[in-house]
Write a new protein. Structure first.
Length: 207
C-alpha cells in the first residue's frame, strides 16, 4: 500500500467527518431538543466537548489551548510515523491503522482550532456558519459529537455495591466520525498486531 493511498483514506475521512459536523451544527440544537431517533438503538444528538474522551477537560484558563497544541504536536508525530512506515513498505494493516488514527486526530483538531471563530453557539438555536459574533476564539473551539447508540437500557441489581438499583445505558458515549476512525485504527493495531508489525523477510531467505 502506497503513501498516496493512505492520503486518499485520510482525505475521504476528513471530508465525511467535516461535512457531517457542519451539517449537524447548522441543523441541530444542542442537547435533547435537537435529537432525532433513527432507530430505538441509534439517535442523532448534538453535543460538544473540549476534545478529550468522555468530555474530560484540562482545568485552568489555558487548559483548552494546552490540549489543542498537544494534539497538533501529536499529529505531527503520527504523520511522521505514517511517512516512515510507508517508505519502509510496512504492512497494509499498519498503514491503514495509522491513516485512520491520523485522519481522526486531524478531524477533531479542525473543530478545536477553527470552530470557535466560524460558528456561534448551538444553545437554544441552530448555529450559524461564519457567524458575525462567533462563540469563541482560535484554538478554543469545541469538538462536535452526534452519534449516539443507546443499544440497551437497564437497572443494576440492588445487591450490587455502589451502583445497585441505578439505571444504566449501553452504549452511553456520544461520538463522531473522527472518533470512529481513531477507534478503528487502534482496534486494527490490537486485533491484527502480528500482521501490522510483521517484519518483511527478504526473497530467498529461509526460516
Amino acid at each position: 500500500m502506497s503513501l498516496r493511498n493512505s492520503v486518499l483514506i485520510i482525505a475521504i475521512i476528513l471530508l465525511v467527518d467535516q461535512f457531517v459536523k457542519i451539517y449537524i451544527k447548522t441543523n441541530f440544537v444542542y442537547g435533547e431538543a435537537g435529537q432525532i431517533d433513527v432507530a430505538s438503538w441509534f439517535k442523532i444528538l448534538l453535543i460538544e466537548n473540549e476534545g478529550m474522551a468522555w468530555g474530560t477537560r484540562i482545568p485552568g484558563e489555558y487548559g483548552k489551548l494546552i490540549l489543542t497544541v498537544f494534539r497538533i504536536l501529536a499529529v505531527f508525530g503520527i504523520g511522521y510515523w505514517l511517512y516512515d512506515a510507508s517508505t519502509k513498505h510496512s504492512s497494509p494493516y499498519l498503514l491503514v491503522a495509522i491513516a485512520l488514527i491520523f485522519a481522526g486526530a486531524v478531524g477533531n483538531i479542525i473543530d478545536s482550532v477553527f470552530y470557535g471563530v466560524i460558528f456561534d453557539d448551538s444553545y437554544g438555536h441552530v448555529a450559524t456558519l461564519f457567524a458575525e459574533k462567533p462563540s469563541g476564539t482560535w484554538f478554543h473551539g469545541k469538538v462536535v459529537d452526534m452519534l449516539y447508540f443507546p443499544i440497551f437500557e437497564g437497572t443494576f441489581p440492588k445487591w450490587m455495591p455502589v451502583y445497585g438499583g441505578e439505571q444504566f445505558k449501553f452504549f452511553n458515549a456520544i461520538f463522531n466520525i473522527a472518533d470512529m476512525a481513531i477507534s478503528t485504527g487502534v482496534g486494527i493495531l490490537i486485533v491484527f498486531n502480528k500482521k501490522a508489525f510483521a517484519k518483511k523477510t527478504s526473497i530467498g531467505s529461509h526460516s
